[in-house]
Design a protein around this ligand. Structure first.
Ligand code: C5P
Length: 237
């Protein structure tokens, strides 16, 4: 994989025009763009199309779906029309929901004649600590719950997981080399940490076993986003 292909830039804004401008300015310099709930709820599928149309940049649609299997399958089918390379579901939705998501992605892609999106599972949100798991009745410690949910997801034919830098090495050995590890919480040595607590540099995360890196503010908040993306890809090379 080329160094640039590893980088998904997190475009965390509700504004279509600025998201589109940012995506255009990063074409060829990153592997794709990540659009999440904030953007999707504000702008819907048309907003997503407005950002990606004609750019030929892979889309990571990070909607973190979590509902009964039938509903998630329907949402996944609707999402496939947007041609995402990756989309996300919550592993805690359980095995039937995970399998329904994976099946729906595969079947709808065949039906539409488009590439199959890879389904990634979110395990334990990094905003949750041991006491939060306890409060919702999940068994800790956090690392054990992350691994349990990750194994569940991959066992249900999900392609991989979104995980924090601290979880990469453990999940790589638990899940094997075929599982996709998509990793946010990445900060080049020269960038501000912002509100991220457990960060890793791009190079260290790849060395630990990450496939793709989700990088937002170090690129989007830079005076020259294209230059920042170029610098990160050069460091990875
Ligand atoms: O700006 P920054 O690089 O911190 O952006 C990281 C992106 O990854 C954001 O879109 C954030 O919501 C997402 N993310 C994260 N930590 C997680 C899961 C997702 O930072 N555990």
């Amino acid at each position: 994989m080329k160094p640039t292909d590893r980088i998904f830039v997190a475009i965390d804004t509700p504004e279509v025009a600025s998201a589109r401008a940012l995506a255009e300015s990063l074409k060829g310099l990153v592997g794709g763009v990540k659009l999440g709930l904030e953007f999707f709820v504000a702008n819907g599928p048309d907003g997503v199309r407005a950002v990606t149309a004609g750019l030929d940049m892979p889309l990571f649609l990070d909607l973190k779906l979590h509902d009964i299997p039938n509903t998630v399958a329907g949402a996944v089918r609707a999402a496939v029309a947007l041609r995402p390379a990756f989309l996300t579901v919550h592993a805690s939705g359980g095995p039937a929901m995970l399998r329904a998501a994976a099946d729906a992605a595969a079947e709808e892609a065949v039906r539409l004649g488009v590439p199959r999106p890879k389904v990634l599972a979110v395990t334990v949100l990094t905003s949750l600590e041991a006491a939060d798991l306890d409060a919702v009745g999940q068994t800790g410690p956090v690392a054990a719950q992350v691994e349990r949910l990750a194994r569940l997801a991959v066992g249900a034919c999900v392609d991989g997981v979104v995980c924090s830098p601290a979880e990469v090495a453990g999940l790589r050995s638990a899940l094997g080399r075929d599982a996709v590890l998509m990793v946010p919480g990445i900060r080049p040595a020269w960038a501000a940490a912002n509100d991220q607590k457990r960060i890793m540099t791009p190079g260290d995360a790849i060395a630990a076993g990450a496939d793709h890196l989700v990088i937002g503010r170090p690129i989007t908040g830079a005076a020259d986003p294209a230059a920042a993306a170029r610098r990160i890809a050069e460091e990875l090379a």
